[in-house]
Design a protein around this ligand. Structure first.
Ligand code: PLP
Length: 405
């Protein structure tokens, strides 16, 4: 079936329609089965058709879908309480997407500075390689000039330091900077984990400068790092956290979490969302948080993360294994962290072409910057499924070698 002309062409869509999913697998119209290690770009935290998510959503769907934030929403209180209990923050605002969460986080940071009578402090210091979403303001926060092309003037108030370069960040931090906005592990930027101690140093410098730290955990948050929140691996405490993607396990929901001192700058009328935090979204988020924080879950996840890590290590630039050989190096570098992993490919093949071949073999991956393929398994994937993914990767490499050698 051809792609519909009725859809605005904002995506270079692949002509496959999935009919259903179960666990880590997706099934398409023509009966093909795919191991989904793309998870809707880090969204399906517990794969597809998780029984607890279905149960919670069916139960809520039969009772109440939507009420305005003008009223008390007990389902929201519950999720806010869980997020606050498990994080260094004290308050939550709910929205529907990652860009709304990052944009909301920026608003909170600026409003806090304003509430402190620090009215000149309105700049947001971002880093190279960053991706924070597609709203007009986030286009300025991103490090992707091409994404801004044709969309009018760049929103002012966003500057950039070089990713991982603490001296550059130090140079750019001044009395105008309200907050540093940073992903602890960059997703779209090429599955790049912050260098050791970098985030700790960033936090120290922001504090010294009177600026806030916003952790954009839209992609790496909600268990994907091996901890509930990625900042927890870095011995830091952000003032504000942006969440989305995995938070609803596939139901659209985002959140801005903030320490109370900062969040208290937001008073009625300063921000809002018609749909944000509706009972359906909240029931999904509650299940996801409870599954991740269940006794022993993160320990089990970390064993699988280590297993995946060892597999990736074993296939990078080893002339003796079948992924790279003397003549054709395909895999250059293992990247990322936790279940946001990447493999940088050599100039022998593009990430796009590699993902296409993987798809033809029944493995879904996602491309990223730096010619990187991203591996984003659901948090509840099995060791056997990780083996299956690597079996398929091996097959692909053997075929490519045959072609190239
Ligand atoms: N922040 C990060 C780190 C992301 O990876 C993304 C999306 O990929 C966003 C923000 C924007 O999220 P959304 O597409 O839900 O607006």
């Amino acid at each position: 079936m051809a792609l519909s002309p009725d859809i605005m062409k904002t995506y270079g869509r692949i002509d496959i329609a999935f009919t259903h999913g179960k666990g880590s697998f997706l099934f398409s119209e023509d009966g093909s089965k795919y191991l989904d290690y793309a998870t809707g770009i880090a969204v399906n935290a517990f794969g597809h058709s998780h029984p607890e998510l279905i149960k919670a959503l069916q139960d809520q769907a039969s009772k109440l879908w939507h009420v305005s934030n003008l009223y008390k929403i007990p389902e929201q209180d519950k999720v806010a309480n869980l997020l606050v209990k498990h994080s260094c923050t004290d308050q939550a605002f709910f929205c529907n997407s990652g860009a709304e969460a990052t944009e909301g986080a920026v608003k909170v940071a600026r409003r806090y500075a304003w509430s402190q009578k620090d009215t000149k402090r309105d700049e947001i210091l971002c880093v190279t390689g960053a991706f924070h979403g597609r709203t007009l303001a986030m286009l300025a926060a991103n490090d992707r000039p091409l994404f801004r092309e044709g969309f009018g003037p760049k929103v002012p108030g966003f500057i950039h330091a070089e990713w991982g370069n603490i001296e550059d960040l130090k140079m750019k931090l001044n009395e105008k900077v309200a907050a540093v906005l940073i992903e602890p592990v960059q997703g779209e930027g090429g599955a790049r984990k912050a260098p050791k101690n970098y985030l700790k140093e960033v936090q120290t410098l922001t504090k010294e400068n009177g600026s806030l730290l916003i952790s954009d955990e839209v992609q790496i948050g909600m268990g994907r790092s091996g901890s509930l929140f990625a900042y927890q691996n870095e011995n830091i405490e952000p003032d504000i956290i942006a969440l989305a993607k995995g938070l609803g396990g596939g139901f659209p929901v985002g959140a801005v979490l903030a320490k109370s001192e900062v969040g208290n700058a937001m008073v009625p009328g300063t921000h809002g969302s018609t749909f944000g935090g509706n009972p359906l979204a909240m029931r999904a988020a509650e299940v996801v948080i409870n599954l991740i924080t269940k006794n022993g879950f993160l320990e089990g996840l970390n064993e699988k993360i280590k297993y995946l890590n060892d597999k990736i290590d074993s296939l990078i630039i080893d002339e003796k294994n079948s992924f790279n050989n003397k003549n054709t190096i395909l895999f250059v570098k293992g990247k990322g962290h936790g279940f946001l992993r990447g493999i940088e490919l050599s100039d022998k093949i593009s990430a796009g072409d590699f993902s296409t071949i993987a798809r033809q073999k029944g493995l879904l991956l996602v491309g990223a910057a730096e010619n990187t393929i991203r591996i984003l398994p659901p948090l509840n994937t099995s060791f056997e499924e990780i083996d299956l993914a690597f079996f398929k990767l091996k097959e692909i490499c053997q075929e490519l070698h045959k072609k190239n050698d």
